[in-house]
Design a protein around this ligand. Structure first.
Ligand SMILES: [Zn+2]
Length: 680
């Protein structure tokens, strides 16, 4: 009897598990398992449903394409559903697909499009009468979220189609974040103490589904168009390849690595090359998509279930391996954060030997239940630091205990928790995920801080990298960052393996860094939660370091994007006499501490005019409007003051409008503003 019931029970368990992971992946952008593990669950469910068709229900995850749209966005009905593709995981499965297509088409020859499968977020873009009208996520394939305003911030999406384009058409594409863009975004989030994104796909999805388009605009998103959804024009060619070529010619971005081939062998060769080169691609790709090129043959082949018969996604093998987690180590970051990391039995992942992996913080370790001594799954995604995905529970030592940061930081000699480097006291601010070393003179913190100060995004002092920073700090030659500017060639020559030539070069590079823009100096100081974006805001608002040093919470909080946490951190930093002394010594050494706003060109149309943009504009984002103002010689500010000449008012304008009215500032509607731009 048990055998008769077990498929039903397994199917129900699988559905519950898959639905939970769908929710985590699509709605919360916070997956717990790898894509490969997810695919395994789906495949098992499909197998069972094929063997027991009576168990298939309309709401089974195999019958759906994605997740339900978030209600916070408007809903868009897709006139033609965005189907998902069947997957192949081996040459045999690809061959089976090819033979099936061949059989269904009789003797008609067909060509195959080969395209990298971008690991991003699928979107549908509709153009009406030459204008980008609606942009939507895939959602469940039938209904998606209306994210038009967010998509407008992506520069490679044309806002207008050329005049002889079809009157109404929909193109589909994948929005993605490059590997570099992803690394930069996570660095900035780390600086601000925000949780990191797990991978570029989640970062792209999270960026695109922001309720505030100005947040999306700051993320370096890009798009490749991979298909025509539909078009009110029957004159388009019968070839997918030629259709994409047409859209490429009228300004849409098409992946230059796409190929059109004639045989299965060529298709396999394309896959092999892409799989071999995936690490060097500037973006994440998780496989190759093969499509029958002829549109009329695509129609003839049709769909099966919710998957088109004329296309298949051949996935790359996941770069995941198992190894033993020997120990959870703790390193000290530049703002005193205590960062747990996994010390691993060295293991080869996709051609790279991995000895350590990121573990983020205690909450993350407890959520994944990772313990010292566990066998764990390690994943490396592109250039990103490898991470521990999950423990293998079946291989766990029954005596193992959950990881506790406090226990791990306990120092028996001091009989309390202590910084593993300096023995300083530990604290964890309320509401934060990180523990900190409280010792302001912690040598490990200062080494990281010095590395940060000289790094490319800050003062960019070439010749002083990670290792020299550590040596300078450990030898006591540099006790705070201002000491750099008082170093002499003779000082450097005391160091091991330092030649006269390199010492001279380093002294020159240090001198050269004295003229870096103010935002880089502010960023370099390493104030907790002040990343480079915040540093830029502060530099623009205050114009020189002493104005910033004297500021109070009240004024900081009037600056958009500066929250309470950042504001109190800034005030705390400048209230330390020690920090102010460092800045004074930087100034005495000749480091520039004022911003170098470009002198205003008196002959430009907006010269001498100060604008504030408020509310939501139809035609551009706030940043785009500000950029236009600056490009015509005007000043764009975030706050209404006595100096404001014009307030550009979009929809839902709030307190700035009230303030502007009370001060008698001239208001401009979006239409009036556009007229002004056009007349300039
Ligand atoms: Zn310490």
């Amino acid at each position: 009897m048990e055998d008769m019931f077990s498929p039903l029970i397994e199917v129900e368990n699988l559905r519950r598990e898959i639905n939970r992971h769908n929710q985590l992946y699509y709605v919360q952008d916070n997956p717990e398992i790898s894509d490969a593990q997810y695919d395994t669950l789906i495949r098992r469910l499909k197998e069972l449903e094929e063997a027991h068709p009576e168990l298939v229900t309309p709401d089974s995850p195999t019958q759906r394409v994605g997740a339900e749209p978030l209600k916070a966005f408007g809903i868009v009905n897709h006139p033609y559903p965005l189907l998902s593709l069947a997957n192949a995981f081996s040459d045999t499965e690809l061959e089976a697909w090819y033979q099936r297509v061949k059989k269904l088409l009789g003797n008609i020859p067909f060509q195959i499009d080969c395209e990298p499968k971008m690991d991003g977020l699928a979107v549908a873009l509709t153009y009406r009468n030459g204008k980008f009208a609606t942009g939507a996520t895939r959602g469940d394939g039938f209904q998606g979220e209306n994210i038009t305003r967010n998509l407008r911030t992506i520069h490679s999406i044309p806002l207008n189609a050329e005049p002889n384009a079809p009157p109404v058409f929909e193109v589909r594409g994948e929005v993605y974040l490059s590997k570099n863009g992803f690394a930069k975004l996570n660095r900035e989030r780390a600086d601000k103490g925000l949780p990191l994104f797990a991978n570029p796909r989640n970062a792209a999805a999270g960026s695109l589904r922001q309720l505030d388009p100005s947040v999306t605009a700051e993320r370096p998103l890009d798009i490749f168009i991979y298909a025509l959804g539909y078009s009110e024009d029957s004159l388009l060619p019968d070839s997918h390849w030629q259709i994409l070529d047409y859209f490429s010619k009228i300004g849409f971005r098409i992946n230059p690595l796409n190929r059109l081939v004639n045989t299965l062998e060529e298709a396999k060769e394309y896959y092999r090359q892409m799989a071999a080169n995936r690490a060097s691609l500037p973006y994440e790709a998780d496989g190759v998509v093969f499509k029958v090129d002829s549109v009329s043959l695509q129609h003839r082949l049709g769909d099966v279930g919710r998957e088109p018969r004329w296309a298949i996604a051949y996935k790359f093998p996941a770069e995941q391996v198992m190894t033993r987690l020997k120990k959870i180590g703790i390193s000290v970051g530049r703002t005193g954060t205590l960062n747990p990391f996994a010390v691993l039995e060295p293991v080869n992942v996709g051609g790279v030997v991995v000895k350590q992996a990121a573990l983020h913080n205690e909450d993350d370790i407890l959520r994944k239940d990772i313990r010292e001594g566990d066998t764990v799954i390690i994943q490396r995604a592109g250039e990103v630091i490898p991470e521990v995905v999950a423990p293998v529970l079946s291989k766990r030592n029954p005596e193992s205990k959950p990881f506790r940061m406090e226990e791990s930081l306990f120092n028996p000699n001091l009989n309390r928790t202590a910084c593993p480097v300096c023995g300083g006291e530990i604290y964890r601010p309320a509401g934060e995920a990180m523990h900190y070393c409280a010792n302001v003179s912690c040598p490990a913190q200062f080494e990281r801080q010095l590395e940060h100060f000289v790094s490319r995004g800050a003062m960019d002092i070439r010749g002083i990298g990670e290792s020299l920073s550590v040596i300078l700090a450990q030898q006591g030659l540099v006790k705070n960052v201002s000491d750099l500017y008082y170093l002499t060639t003779a000082d450097l020559l005391q160091l091991p393996r330092m030649g006269e030539k390199s010492a001279d070069n380093i002294i020159d590079a240090i001198a050269d860094s004295k003229t870096r823009p103010l935002d880089r100096v502010i960023f370099g100081l390493g104030v907790r939660h002040v990343g480079n974006e915040t540093a830029t805001l502060l530099s623009r608002h205050y114009g020189n370091i002493w104005a910033l040093a004297k500021t109070g919470l009240g004024e900081l909080q009037t600056i958009p994007d500066i929250g309470d946490k950042i504001a109190s951190s800034i005030v705390a930093y400048f209230s330390e006499e020690k920090n102010v002394a460092v800045i004074r010594r930087l100034e005495e050494a000749g480091v520039r501490l004022t911003s170098d706003q470009k002198p205003v060109n008196k002959n430009m149309p907006f010269s001498g005019m100060e604008f504030v943009v408020t509310g939501k504009l139809e035609s551009f984002s706030r940043e785009e409007a500000q950029e236009k103002i600056r490009s015509l010689g005007g000043t764009a500010k975030d706050n209404v003051t006595k100096a404001t000449n014009y307030l550009v008012v979009g929809a839902d304008a709030g307190s700035k409008l009230t303030k502007a009215r009370s001060m008698g500032v001239k208001e401009l509607s979006e239409r009036e503003f556009i007229n002004m731009l056009e007349q300039s």
